[in-house]
Design a protein around this ligand. Structure first.
Ligand code: PXP
Length: 257
């Protein structure tokens, strides 16, 4: 569908999308309202996030429908609505009107999104769902492996964005597999160049940490990173001390001794 080539000057600034799903995971462990993912989104934005990503899974294991509606109503930066390519999710997306939808594969038994979307062998319904989102004025992102055939198929489907799955690269980095890391980075670099030449905006995410982010951030065609789990885990270490100190102060003040 698209044969446009793109020669915009590089590098573009790199945006940070913060995925807040796991604030909802912690909230749901107890039910109730605390910690509120919308409060986390507002804090993320005030700390420098350029956008917020939230994944409404079919089983609602973390984000819930009203979280998505509240995010859309309350945040001042773009909402990237991550979802499976199903009719139910397309209907919610059209109702919510996020800035972008990131289509991901979803399996009930997985702990997190494993692998990229099947774009090359995708059923006709994927094209229909991409078209429905685009008709509603929503930018469409496909979460994909950094692979030539997958990118060509993504462009044909009419996607605006491809988000490269960086999970494999991050796992290899954790295992200190230098050769594996170099090979995977080279795949991502090649894919980013191809995406750019096909007119697809290139994003990346999954498993990124302080250690693994620099090599991806250096790839000039990649203009957005989406990061969640590591930031939420790290927030315990940078924020736990302050929460405990506040609790101690409140207890001591109330007791008066
Ligand atoms: N991008 C996509 C499409 C994802 O599915 C996820 C995980 O929800 C992320 C980015 C963020 O990954 P992580 O939570 O490992 O940073």
């Amino acid at each position: 569908m698209t044969s446009k080539t793109h020669t915009a000057p590089l590098p573009a600034p790199l945006r940070l999308g913060v995925n807040i799903d796991h604030v909802a995971t912690v909230r749901n462990a107890r039910g109730g309202r605390h910690p509120d993912p919308v409060r986390a989104a507002l804090l993320a934005i005030s700390a420098g996030a350029d956008g917020i990503t939230a994944h409404l899974r079919e089983d609602r294991r973390h984000m819930r429908d009203d979280d998505i509606a509240r995010l859309k109503a309350e945040i001042t930066r773009p909402l990237n609505f991550e979802m499976a390519a199903t009719d139910e999710m397309v209907a919610i997306a059209v109702r919510t009107a996020p800035n972008a939808c990131c289509l991901v594969p979803e399996r009930r038994e997985e702990r997190t999104t494993e692998g990229g979307l099947n774009v090359t062998g995708a059923p006709r319904s994927l094209a229909d769902r991409v078209a429905a989102l685009k008709a509603a004025g929503i930018r469409v992102s496909l979460f994909v492996e950094p692979d030539v055939k997958v990118l060509e198929a993504s462009a044909k489907l009419g996607a605006d964005i491809v988000e490269f799955h960086t999970g494999r690269y991050c796992e290899l980095a954790l295992e200190n597999d230098a050769a594996g890391v170099a090979a995977e980075l080279s795949r991502i670099v090649t894919a980013a160049r191809l995406a750019h030449s096909l007119g697809l905006e290139a994003h990346a995410g999954h498993g990124l940490t302080f250690l693994t982010v620099p090599a991806i951030a250096k790839i000039p065609q990649i203009v957005e990173l989406n990061i969640g789990h590591f930031l939420m885990g790290e927030a315990l270490f940078s924020g736990l001390a302050a929460a405990i100190s506040t609790m101690r102060v409140l207890m001591t003040e109330a007791r008066g001794v």
